[in-house]
Design a protein around this ligand. Sequence first.
Ligand code: ZN
Ligand code: ZN
Length: 374
Amino acid sequence: MSTSYTIPKTQKAAVVESVGGTLQIKDDYPVKQASELAPGECLVKLEFTGVCHTDLHAAKNDWPVPAKTPLIGGHEGVGHIVAIGEHTQDSPVKVGDRVGIKWLAYSCLECEQCRKGNEQVCVKGKYSGFSVDGTFSQYVVSWVSHVTPIPANLDSAEAASILCAGITVYRAIKHSQTHIGDWIVLPGAGGGLGHLAIQYAVAMGLRVVAVDTGAEKRDLCLKLGAEKWVDFKETKDLVKDIKDATGGAGPHSTIITAASNAAYEQAIDYLRPGGTLMVVSLPGQGKLSCDIFFTVTKAISILGSYVGNRQDAIESLDIAARGKVKCYYTLKPLSALQETYEGLEEGTVVGRVVLDMKQTLVYHFWVFSSRHDS
Ligand SMILES: [Zn+2]
Ligand SMILES: [Zn+2]
């Protein structure tokens, strides 16, 4: 614990002041000082943070549950712990450790759900960039019990989006009741969650039908290991095309990663009997409507899956660290957050946007693994 860091009084942060307010980049946002941290809290100096569709909802406040205001969004942060609250007991991490900040910032670890490993639904849960300030700032306060150690051989920028998008799809696939060789359909496959879902699914021995639109997303999906591609804008009959792609019977599971109600509507029709619909993405509002007759007579399972617990975080990062999953991202500065939100709203973001919290220059370039090119 001999490492010590100089902590500035103010920082750069992207702040939404009030409900429905505009995003403002501030240079003078206060940094919580080491002496102000409560026991169990830690201060993390961020290197990178991913931008998730959830951040857009939080900024717009269009979910049934309101976000705090003023709000600093963001929940895919990677950085180093620069301070830990005095009198913290039994900390699993120390000052200087590289850690990740995920959606679930805190849970009580004592209630029934926490004891069962369902800490994401703890009633005392706190959420990064939603009920507590998140990672669109240079420093973030989190909890030593819930930050995730980043494997040494995983680059910080690459780890960022595993912390929400990766964990979320990893857990959903794990619970999709599929087995090696089964078909899985991924609506939204070319997006932030979807492109990681393809790789986790392939790593688990599943066969992937990617559903999305446009040549750029198609090329990415096929490159990442999807066997079949269905363009939802070009198809005349989505249900038939998906069934045909799997040899006629339909997929064993579908993981809906597209944040649109429409993506849910046809799942019951194309799923194979006994199939599983994993409800993952969160449109601003919407009802899951499905034909009750066919849900029963096809014995369809419908399961909600919500991010992941601390163990899911460790497992999904470990798979990425072993090169099985690689985030496809564009690196941008914090000042590009607003335009990123606009791109997410329009559905034009291919893969993920990761913000470099260490610099302020404007630069845009694709970063992609040579491992997939080989
Ligand atoms: Zn997220
Ligand atoms: Zn709890």
